[in-house]
Ligand binder design. Structure first.
Ligand code: NAD
Length: 251
């Protein structure tokens, strides 16, 4: 049994994780942290960012899963380091400095960070790289669509797809407006925010009077929760280091 604590207990992902962790037979929901100290599950120890260190210790937590905001992750990371607790990070939207902090922490504890815990997305990263290499002269555009509560844009997953196709930051054109003709090497990046849409990523390659579209559609947040818990169970047995979700799937 892996004893798992989660952050962001009142959030969309926090609630999915509580369901997933109580449903599974190989995990115990050991503690739930939120800004208010509230939780969806009544008989589980709760805490706030301020009490995280003490509760991680007293509840003998094996691994912490974080889906909050970058500022929240930083606070919980301090508690994880202080208690030698491995940490799975699903939060997105980190600045370069914040990202460097996470990587530095992996010198002390196991850290697994993934912008997307859906298995299909990992395959999309590979297919995107293959398609871009096979069709070098085609125009490439990336469209990502999420619910109206998402804070960061473009999504962390979009960033990973752009990295997979080697689109340099100088090539990325974030939306277009006014006189904005397409340059040959541009990669257009479009963030759509509407309603309750869980998450859609579509890579479009067009040229030679044809178009290829690679689309991943997450139908339910449960897919991210299941992947994050798989990652947590795996990470609890690892040495300090920097890991990504593909390592879990490979095993
Ligand atoms: P949400 O807004 O529903 O929940 C965010 C949670 O963070 C809330 O519980 C809120 O109280 C808490 N929070 C906010 N500021 C905080 C702070 N300063 N300190 C501590 N806690 C704080 O968001 P969500 O839809 O659950 O998404 C959370 C994060 O996870 C986002 O960054 C999102 O992009 C990311 N996400 C990642 C994946 C993935 O597969 N990696 C999937 C879905 C969402």
């Amino acid at each position: 049994m892996t004893r798992v604590a989660i952050t962001g207990g009142t959030g969309r992902m926090g609630q999915e994780l509580q369901e997933e962790l109580t449903d599974r037979s190989d995990t115990t929901l050991a503690a739930v942290f939120s800004q208010s100290g509230n939780t969806a599950v009544s008989d589980v120890p709760t805490g706030t960012p301020e009490t995280a260190e003490q509760i991680l210790d007293s509840q003998q937590v094996d691994v912490l899963i974080d889906f909050t905001v970058p500022q929240g992750t930083e606070t919980y990371l301090d508690a994880a380091i202080a208690t030698d607790t491995p940490m799975v990070i699903g939060t997105t939207g980190f600045s370069e400095d914040q990202f460097a902090e996470l990587q530095e922490a992996s010198g002390q504890i196991p850290v697994l960070k993934a912008a997307n815990f859906a298995r299909g997305i990992q395959t999309l990263f590979r297919l995107a790289a293959e398609a871009a290499a096979a069709l070098p002269d085609y125009d490439v555009e990336l469209i990502e669509t999420h619910h109206n509560g998402k804070r960061d844009a473009p999504s962390g997953t979009a960033g990973r797809i752009l990295d997979a196709i080697d689109a340099g930051t100088d090539q990325r054109v974030h939306g277009r407006s006014g006189h904005a003709p397409r340059e040959e090497d541009d990669v257009g990046v479009h963030a759509v925010r509407a309603g309750q849409i869980t998450g859609i990523h579509e890579l479009l390659l067009a040229g030679n009077h044809e178009e290829l579209r690679l689309t991943h559609r997450a139908e339910d947040r449960g897919v991210f929760a299941a992947g994050a818990v798989d990652a947590a169970v795996w990470l609890a047995a690892q040495e300090p280091g920097w890991y990504d979700f593909q390592a879990v799937l490979d095993e």
